[in-house]
Design a protein around this ligand. Structure first.
Ligand code: HEM
Length: 464
């Protein structure tokens, strides 16, 4: 019998869960035990897409792997995405899937709650993403993007620049604080937390990213704790103030600790995903000038009457901008795989998978399956046009997940992407050298290994 998992904080059903042994999973196709599983993990991390592709080729759409030091069952394809993410029968726990990865630095974030607790808190937090507060966030984004772009040089590495800009934008739209020394301190603490959540060492040993992350969390928790009393009852137009004043169905406010946990998690959920997706979108537009020109024409046609700041009511007119962003999310999904843990035994693909099993679905692989995508390696935003989307499996494109845990910030993500591209494409041409191929590290979140050097050419009125 296996040792039971730690029960603290877990749902009652989870307390009885055991980690299935190799013997209990041996009826499934997949890899055999390896004397040094870490070596296998290192090889996998070098090229995760190739790793999943090889597993699907060798074993099929349900397979066993022991990457990351434990047995895990890969469930592949849109049907698997639907079963796991939609979770009709309540077989899967998001808390138990994500907690081993994010639990130390981002405990009790929304994605690490299940069932009624999750439903109630999601509804409460949803108040911060209603149209009225969103309008205000867009004002802050427009303003911050214009200031940020004005400071960029002509030739630079795009990834660190957009990472910094996304942090600065979050200081204003998430926290309602001005750019400056306080925002810089918060940014540093926050970056340490995010780095810790994806670091290899999972305990806070001195000198490790995890130790810095735990210190960052202490700093951020103290910041939120100090600010909450000031924000309660106030009418700020930032996400933090909205969350401080949001009430549940019974009219009750979130507790201070709940606000701290949700804010830490919200900022993390938004930061690297936006940084990654804006980087990949700009990369593909740099490599595909014909699409860049189409998007620029669309942007300029809105700008003609709307002016330099994108109005909330006109977001819907940037249709092709949205296709391009979606296509970048298809090719390089910021959350390449999504973990869950089975709360009870379930059937999939003709196999019985025991309770307690860690399972994972793969947006990264599904998004390139030739069964669902014509020429999957090609950047072709028009595949997201209304006509070409018709009839596609609903779970073939899942960069935001699906079901109860589907990304709460997806409209915010589209809004920031549109505000950024609206400002960028109207005034600049993205130039990427013809012979440059960006090498994206895929896990845990896609990012260019070399920072992605590029040039922004300022457009004159005549050149637009
Ligand atoms: C392109 C950008 C983004 C991508 C690709 C993305 C992706 C995802 C995915 C895949 C999930 C679900 C994970 C799961 O089911 O286990 C998720 C959840 C979540 N995301 Fe995003 N995200 C993005 C931006 C944002 C932003 C900007 C925010 C906040 C403003 C945000 C807040 C959240 C929250 C709160 C959850 C948890 C939802 C829940 O558990 O109910 N995300 N995101």
């Amino acid at each position: 019998m296996n040792a039971p998992v730690a029960a603290k904080g877990f749902t009652p059903a989870a307390r009885e869960l055991h980690l299935p042994t190799y013997a209990e999973l041996s009826h499934l196709p997949g890899s055999k035990p390896h004397p040094l599983p870490l070596l296998r993990t290192i090889a996998f991390l070098k090229d995760p897409l190739a790793g999943v592709t090889a597993n699907v080729r060798n074993y099929g759409r349900v397979y066993r792997v022991n990457n990351f030091g434990g047995w895990n069952i890969g469930l592949i394809g849109p049907e698997a995405n639907e079963v796991v993410l939609f979770n009709r029968d309540g077989n899967f726990s998001s808390e138990l899937g994500w907690n081993p990865i994010l639990g130390r630095v981002f405990p009790r974030g929304l994605m690490m709650l299940d069932g009624d607790h999750h439903r109630a808190d999601r509804k409460t937090l949803g108040i911060a993403f209603k149209p009225e507060p969103m309008r205000h966030y867009l004002d802050a984004l427009n303003d911050g993007i214009a200031r940020g772009l004005a400071k960029w040089p002509t030739e630079f590495k795009f990834y660190p620049a957009i990472k910094q800009l996304t942090l600065d934008l979050a200081a204003a739209s998430f926290l309602g604080i001005a750019w400056g020394p306080e925002a810089d301190q918060i940014n540093r603490a926050f970056v340490d937390m995010v780095a810790a959540s994806v670091g290899i060492v999972r305990v806070p040993l001195p000198g490790t990213a995890m130790a810095r992350g735990v210190r960052g969390r202490t700093f951020m928790c103290a910041f939120f704790a100090r600010e909450i009393p000031k924000r309660r009852g106030a009418t700020g137009e930032d996400i933090f103030t909205q969350v401080c004043n949001a009430t549940n169905d019974a009219g009750t406010l979130l507790t201070d600790q709940e606000i701290i946990d949700h804010m830490n998690f919200l900022m993390m959920a938004a930061h690297d995903t936006l940084t990654s997706s804006l980087t990949s979108t700009v990369y593909y537009l740099g490599k595909h000038p014909e699409w860049q020109d189409r998007l620029r024409a669309e942007v300029l046609s809105v700008r003609e009457t709307a002016g330099p700041a994108l109005p909330y009511d006109r977001l819907g007119e940037l249709e092709q901008v949205e296709w391009a962003f979606k296509e970048a999310l298809r090719l390089l999904p910021p959350v390449p795989s999504v973990p869950r843990r089975a709360l009870r035994a379930f059937e999939f693909g003709g196999f019985t998978i025991p309770a307690g099993t860690h399972v994972g679905v793969s947006p990264m692989y599904t998004h390139r399956m030739p069964e669902y995508w014509d020429e999957p390696e090609q950047f072709d935003p028009s595949r997201f046009s209304h006509n070409r989307s018709k009839g596609r499996h609903k779970y073939a494109w899942v960069p935001y997940g699906g079901g109860a845990h589907m990304c709460l910030g997806l409209h915010f993500a589209y809004m920031q992407a549109k505000a950024f591209l609206y400002a960028l494409l109207a005034d600049y041409r993205i130039v990427i050298a013809d012979d440059y191929v960006c090498d994206f590290q895929m896990f845990p979140i896609p990012k260019p290994k070399d920072g992605m050097p590029l040039r922004l050419e300022r457009l004159t009125a005549a050149a637009r």
